[in-house]
Design a protein around this ligand. Structure first.
Ligand SMILES: Cc1cc2nc3c(=O)[nH]c(=O)nc-3n(C[C@H](O)[C@H](O)[C@H](O)COP(=O)(O)OP(=O)(O)OC[C@H]3O[C@@H](n4cnc5c(N)ncnc54)[C@H](O)[C@@H]3O)c2cc1C
Length: 583
C-alpha cells in the first residue's frame, strides 16, 4: 500500500469521506492529482442508507478497476434477485411483485457494462476507501474537522481541527471541495443557501437482527418489501448477512419517538411473524427537496448531498453525488494539469444543476405514494372481496410505481444540453426526459454502450482522457487533425477504431469525441478548427477567482447552516434546451 507519509502537498482538499468525497479522491488520485480528504467522523454504524449502487456508479467502479471488489463484497452475492414485493404483511398475502428492479438484472445487456448491485452503503464506502488510499498522492484523515476556510487568487487555506485533541492546523491547496453532506458547513461558508421544500416526510429507520425471518416469510428472495396494511404500513427488507434487516414505518405523526420495546412490537405487528428480533440501531431522517442556490465560490465547490437533498425513493442520492465527483474530478484535474482552462470549472454547475433538478422531480414523484396510502379496508381479508381489493391495489401499483423501479432513462439517459464545452451538431434535437432509456449519441449524452464481438465492453476501450472513436475508415485526415489539436494543447487523447456495424448505427457519425466521463463531446465528419480547445473550456470567459465575498467567514460551530428555507424555485433548464417530459 502507498505510504501516506510520502504524499505530495495536496492540490485539492476534500471535506467529507462519504461516497462523494471518496469518489472525488479516486477520480483525482487516478489522474495523479495529490489530494487530502478530511473526515470528522469514523463513519461506522449499522445504518445502510443507500442500498442500491446503480448501473452508472458500477460503471465508474469498472473504469476505476474495482467493480469486481464491490461484487465480492455483496452480502447476498452479486446476482441476488432484486425483487420488490408488495404484500399485506411479510407473513401475509402477496399483492404484486416487480422482478429485476433498479437495474439489478444480472443478464448481460447491451445498454450497460455493469448491472446494479444491492449492497449497504457502508460496504461500498469500504471498497472506495481502500482504493482511494492505495492511490499515490491521496491521503484520507479521519478525526479531522474543517472549521474555517479563506481563499484568495492563489489558493485556499483550510483550518482543520483534530477531533481528539482540539489542535488546529492550517492546510493550503489550490481548490477545496465540500463533500460534507446535508449539513454542509462549506455550503454555509461560501454563502450558499438551500432552496426548496424542507420536511416532505419524517421517517424512522430501524436496523434489526431477525434470525430466521428470510426463511419464515413465504414470498421468496427480495430486496425491499412494501407492507400495505392499515395496522402498521411500512417498508422492510434484508440488508446484510447476519440476518440484518431494515424497517421503516410510514404515515407516523411527525414528532413521534419510539422506545426499543415499541419498535420490537411494531416489527412483530407489521410482519405478523413472531421471531426473536433484536434492535441494532434506530435513527430519524427527514425527506426534503432542496438544491443549493450556488455550487461554488471562487476556488471552493460543493458536491453530493452538500448541494442537493431529495427523498431516497428510486435510489438516486448517493449515485448522484458520485456522478458529481466524476464531473468535477476530471475538470479539476484538467485545470491542474494545464490542459483545461480555468473556465472549465464553471461548467460543473452548468452541467449538473439541470440533472439534479430532473432527478429530484423523479424522487419527489416516487415519494408521493407510500405503503400507508396503498392500504385499504378489507385488503387482508381471506375472501373473494379481499382478493378483489388486492387486485385493484396491484393495478394501481403497476400504474404508479413502475417508474420508481425501472428508471434506466434517469440513470443513463440524461444529457448535458446547452453546456459551452459540448459542441452540438444539431442543438434543436430535444432531450426527451423519460424513465425508459433510449440510447443517443447526441452531444452531451452518455456515450451509448455496446458489447463488442471480442466480448469486451466498448467502454473498456475509452481512455482516462478524451477518446476519438473512429467508425469509418475514410476520415483519416480528420483524425490527424484532432490528434494535432490535442498535441498542441497537451490534452490526453487516445484513438479507438472499430468496424462494428452496430456501434456505427448507434453513433450515426464517422467520428465521435468522448470525454473523460464517457459523455459525447462532439460527433461529425469535418472536425472544427477549435474542437479540442472548445471541449477543454479554452476561449470561455475566465471565472472570477477574487473579489467581493471571497474572504469567507470562519464557522467554528461545525454545525453548518440550518436557516429557514425559501419556497421552491422553477425548473432551470439551460438556455436553449428543449426538454420534454415522458414519465
Ligand atoms: C434512509 C436512506 C436511504 C437512502 N437510500 C439511497 C439509495 O438507495 N441510493 C442512493 O443513491 N442514495 C440513497 N440515500 C442517500 C445517500 O445516503 C446520500 O445521498 C449519500 O450518503 C450522500 O453522500 P455524500 O458523500 O454526499 O454525503 P454524506 O454521506 O453525508 O457524507 C458527508 C461526510 O462529511 C463529513 N463532514 C461534515 N462536515 C465536516 C467537516 N466540517 N469536517 C470534516 N468532515 C465533515 C460527515 O461526517 C460525513 O461523513 C439514502 C439516504 C437515506 C437517509
Amino acid at each position: 500500500m502507498h505510504n501516506q507519509k510520502d504524499a505530495a502537498p495536496p492540490q485539492v482538499i476534500i471535506v467529507g469521506a462519504g461516497p462523494t468525497g471518496l469518489a472525488l479522491a479516486i477520480e483525482l488520485g487516478s489522474r495523479s492529482i495529490p489530494c487530502l480528504v478530511v473526515e470528522k467522523n469514523d463513519r461506522t454504524g449499522h445504518a445502510p442508507r443507500a442500498k442500491n449502487t446503480n448501473i452508472r456508479t458500477r460503471e465508474h467502479l469498472r473504469r476505476w478497476g474495482i467493480a469486481g471488489r464491490l461484487a465480492e463484497a455483496a452480502p447476498f452475492g452479486v446476482d441476488y434477485p432484486s425483487n420488490i414485493l408488495f404484500v399485506t404483511r411479510l407473513g401475509g398475502h402477496l399483492i404484486t411483485r416487480f422482478e429485476h428492479a433498479f437495474g439489478g438484472n444480472p443478464q448481460r445487456d447491451h445498454h450497460y457494462s455493469e448491472h446494479a448491485q444491492w449492497i449497504p452503503q457502508y460496504k461500498l464506502e469500504a471498497v472506495l476507501l481502500d482504493h482511494a488510499r492505495s492511490l499515490p498522492g491521496v491521503r484520507v484523515e479521519f478525526g479531522r474537522e474543517l472549521v474555517g476556510i479563506t481563499q484568495d487568487e492563489n489558493g485556499v487555506s483550510a483550518v482543520i481541527r483534530s477531533v481528539d485533541t482540539g489542535a488546529e492546523a492550517t492546510k493550503k491547496a489550490l481548490y477545496l471541495v465540500g463533500a460534507d453532506g446535508g449539513r454542509s458547513s462549506v455550503r454555509h461558508q461560501i454563502g450558499a443557501t438551500m432552496v426548496g421544500v424542507h420536511g416532505l416526510s419524517r421517517n424512522n429507520m430501524t436496523i434489526f437482527e431477525a434470525p430466521g425471518l428470510a426463511e419464515a416469510q413465504p414470498h421468496g428472495p427480495t430486496i425491499q418489501v412494501w407492507q400495505c396494511n392499515q395496522d402498521m404500513p411500512s417498508f422492510i427488507g434484508p440488508m446484510d448477512v447476519g440476518d440484518r434487516w431494515f424497517f421503516v414505518p410510514t404515515g407516523i405523526p411527525p414528532e413521534t419517538q419510539f422506545t426499543e420495546e415499541q419498535l420490537l412490537g411494531m416489527i412483530r405487528r407489521s410482519t405478523g411473524l413472531d421471531l426473536p428480533y433484536r434492535i441494532l440501531s434506530s435513527e430519524i431522517w427527514v425527506a426534503s427537496r432542496l438544491l443549493a442556490d450556488r455550487y461554488s465560490r471562487g476556488r471552493i465547490f460543493l458536491a453530493g448531498d452538500a448541494c442537493h437533498l431529495h427523498p431516497p425513493f428510486g435510489g438516486f442520492g448517493m449515485n448522484m453525488g458520485i456522478a458529481d465527483a466524476v464531473d468535477l474530478g476530471w475538470k479539476l484535474a484538467a485545470v491542474l494539469q494545464g490542459w483545461g482552462a480555468p473556465a472549465l470549472l464553471d461548467t460543473y454547475e452548468q452541467e449538473r444543476r439541470p440533472i439534479h433538478d430532473y432527478v429530484m422531480d423523479e424522487a419527489e414523484a416516487n415519494h408521493a405514494l407510500a405503503p400507508n396510502q396503498l392500504a385499504r379496508d378489507g385488503i387482508e381479508e381471506d375472501t373473494p372481496r379481499g382478493e378483489q381489493i388486492r387486485k385493484e391495489v396491484a393495478d394501481l401499483i403497476w400504474k404508479t410505481k413502475r417508474p420508481e423501479f425501472f428508471s434506466l432513462g434517469v440513470v443513463l439517459g440524461y444529457r448535458y444540453m446547452g453546456s459551452p464545452i459540448i459542441v452540438d451538431d444539431n442543438p434543436s434535437t430535444p432531450w426527451v426526459r423519460s424513465v425508459d432509456y433510449v440510447p443517443s449519441a447526441a452531444p452531451g449524452s452518455l456515450a451509448p454502450h455496446r458489447w463488442l464481438e471480442d466480448g469486451n465492453s466498448l467502454y473498456d476501450h475509452f481512455g482516462p482522457g478524451f477518446t476519438l472513436l473512429v467508425l469509418d475508415a475514410d476520415p483519416r485526415p480528420e483524425v490527424l487533425k484532432v490528434q494535432a489539436q490535442a498535441r498542441h494543447l497537451g490534452v490526453p487523447l487516445q484513438v479507438f477504431e472499430t468496424s462494428d456495424k452496430e456501434v456505427a448505427d448507434l453513433y450515426q457519425a464517422p467520428l465521435v469525441l468522448i470525454r473523460p466521463d464517457q459523455h459525447v463531446a462532439w460527433r461529425g465528419g469535418a472536425v472544427p478548427d477549435d474542437l479540442m480547445s472548445r471541449v477543454c473550456g479554452q476561449g470561455m470567459k475566465a471565472p472570477h477567482l477574487t473579489g467581493a465575498g471571497m474572504g469567507v467567514a470562519v464557522d467554528r460551530s461545525g454545525k453548518g447552516h440550518q436557516g429557514s428555507v425559501p419556497p421552491m424555485v422553477a425548473d432551470r433548464a439551460p438556455a436553449g434546451a428543449e426538454i420534454r417530459q415522458g414519465r
